[in-house]
Design a protein around this ligand. Structure first.
Ligand SMILES: NC(=O)c1ccc[n+]([C@@H]2O[C@H](COP(=O)([O-])OP(=O)(O)OC[C@H]3O[C@@H](n4cnc5c(N)ncnc54)[C@H](O)[C@@H]3O)[C@@H](O)[C@H]2O)c1
Length: 257
């Protein structure tokens, strides 16, 4: 069987990095898309030095042309393309009265348009290659139930679940499945930034800020990025072939839908 190929946006750190490492273990060659060149190169080097195959690509997912170019580069480099993981995202805390038009454009540009462009570019590549594939989108527990102070973020993540349901139906007869994963509170740079803000506001440490989130989790532990990567591995592999349009919540027991 020829090698399967996956592109992961936001693959330079956090959840995207864990997904890349897991998919490499599952036998995929991966291309990693992010904006930070140095971090991206470091993750790619680690994978390549450990027997895997990784191609780093600097691109802004909010830019449609850059996303199409990233998918094209992946196909040209590996000769195949099977899975896109639209994982890149921004998670600012935005009390309702503070939101500006610029912030709206930026967050919706990355979190929503970035996923749409990823879906379009992957669809084109699957058609050109003459086979189906798997599209996997990052939403959040905050995209299942609105979280306070996250009007922008929660809105974008609700949108991702809607887009996932629609595109799953639009592309089902082409052998393409479209699903989403909804993490809870994951130990990543994004979450540490939020915890830092929460701790600072209360005059406490970052760790204190982080632990305030754990009390809402049935399992009473924060998520490791690998907890999320395990679910993405299922969605990227053959065991999920009869699953489409779904959001799998992976939050240790926060939202029960
Ligand atoms: N950390 C959590 O607790 C949590 C919870 C629920 C959902 N999520 C979602 O999971 C995904 C990954 O989150 P994370 O915590 O690993 O985030 P992170 O901030 O640690 O990493 C984000 C990644 O996205 C990339 N990125 C950001 N803007 C980009 C752009 N315009 N173009 C290309 N790449 C860009 C960054 O370079 C980085 O690689 C996000 O969609 C996030 O909303 C995270």
């Amino acid at each position: 069987m020829s090698k399967k190929v996956a592109l992961i946006t936001g693959g330079s750190q956090g959840i995207g990095k864990a997904i890349a490492e897991r998919l490499v273990k599952d036998g995929f060659a991966v291309s990693l898309v992010a904006t930070n060149k140095e971090k991206l190169q470091k993750v790619a080097d680690e994978i390549n030095n450990n027997g895997g195959e990784a191609l780093p690509i600097v691109a802004d997912v909010a830019d449609r042309d850059e996303v199409f170019a990233a998918v094209e580069k992946t196909v040209n480099h590996f000769g195949e393309f099977n899975v896109i993981v639209n994982n890149a995202g921004l998670g600012p805390t935005t009390p309702i009265d503070t939101i500006t038009p610029e912030q709206f454009e930026k967050v919706y540009g990355v979190n929503v348009a970035g996923v749409l462009w990823g879906i379009q570019a992957a669809h084109k590549a699957f058609k050109d290659l003459g086979h189906g594939g798997k599209i996997i989108n990052a939403t959040s527990q905050a995209g299942v139930v609105g979280n306070p102070n996250l009007a922008l973020y929660s809105g974008t993540k609700f949108a991702i679940r809607g887009i996932t349901q629609v595109v799953a139906q639009d592309l089902a007869t082409e052998g393409i499945t479209v699903n989403a994963f909804a993490p809870g509170i994951v130990k990543t740079p994004m979450m540490y930034d939020i915890a830092h803000q929460v701790g600072k506001n209360a005059g406490k440490s970052d760790e204190w800020g982080m632990q305030t989130f754990a009390k809402n989790i049935a399992m009473k532990r924060l998520s490791e990025p690998e907890d999320v990567a395990n679910v993405v591995s299922f969605l990227a592999g053959p065991d999920s072939n009869y699953v489409t349009g779904q959001t799998i919540i992976v939050d240790g027991g926060m939202q029960f839908h």
